[in-house]
Write a protein that binds this ligand. Structure first.
Ligand SMILES: Nc1ncnc2c1ncn2[C@@H]1O[C@H](COP(=O)(O)OP(=O)(O)O)[C@@H](O)[C@H]1O
Ligand SMILES: [Mg+2]
Length: 241
């Protein structure tokens, strides 16, 4: 691949007290890519994203985003530089309206562009527009995930990191959301996708990183992943410790 990567992670280590969750992760995301981050439960996918975005300060390693070192900068900086995170479990504000949840996503970056971005999100997800005054907690699971993605888009990111897109959603709703992400990607947004429906992730990804037991087990294209059986191996042998 030509040119400097948009995101470059080298030797990332993430730990919770004495529990090591990610060891020596190296990963790159280039402009225009959808990168799938896969691995069985407990493999370290969520912890990797937390380390990359600075939600958890990494124990070691380097995170360079758009040429800027982030590993000691904290999550506010990651958002300001153009990285947005859709966390596992969505973490929307259930008691706030759809519109207020979106407005919170514009905090810290581009508040002046809030009206245009809100319109962009509503154009992308008309169901959110129809429900803009509704309490977020009363939305369906799929609509809540749209809201979580929409809120992340409010910061005008160059890279979206999505943790467990389909958690609790039907296959149909998952496919709809994936189609929306592919559209965003074609419009220039780079994406890191954690997704339990592995084959759906392989369908949309340009490259795949497989984690097992906190370490990088395999990197390659989706076609190679299928051909070599790498995915099955990581899920069979890479389970929780
Ligand atoms: N808040 C936490 N405190 C302690 N250990 C954690 C915490 N979150 C995750 N872990 C541990 O870190 C490892 C990686 O977990 P996680 O990153 O959530 O994996 P994944 O997202 O791939 O399922 C697991 O062993 C898990 O038990
Ligand atoms: Mg996880």
């Amino acid at each position: 691949m030509i040119g400097a990567p948009l995101l470059e992670v080298k030797g990332l280590e993430v730990a919770y007290g004495h529990v090591s969750a990610v060891r020596g992760l190296t990963l790159e995301v280039h402009d225009g890519e959808i990168v799938a981050l896969l691995g069985s439960n407990g493999a370290g996918k969520t912890s990797s994203l937390r380390g990359i975005t600075g939600l958890i300060p990494p124990r070691a390693g380097r995170v360079t985003f758009a040429g800027r070192r982030l590993e000691t900068a904290g999550p506010g900086t990651a958002v300001a530089e153009g990285m947005a995170h859709v966390p596992e479990g969505r973490r929307i504000f259930r008691d706030l309206s759809v519109a207020d949840n979106l407005a919170l996503g514009a905090w810290g970056r581009g508040r002046s562009e809030e009206p245009q971005r809100t319109q962009m999100v509503f154009d992308m997800f008309p169901r959110l527009a129809e429900r803009r005054r509704q309490r977020a907690g009363s939305l369906s699971g799929g609509e809540q995930q749209m809201l979580a993605v929409g809120r992340a888009l409010m910061s005008g990111p160059r890279l979206l990191l999505i943790d467990e897109l389909s958690l609790g959603l039907s296959p149909l709703v998952t496919d709809e959301l994936l189609a929306d992400l592919v559209k965003l990607n074609r419009e220039g947004l780079a994406i890191v996708l954690i997704e339990q429906f592995v084959h759906r992730a392989l369908d949309v990804a340009s490259r795949v990183y497989l984690l097992a037991k906190g370490q990088l087990a395999w990197v390659g294209t989706p076609a190679e992943a299928v051909r070599t059986g790498a995915v099955e191996a990581a899920y069979l042998h890479g389970g929780s410790r």
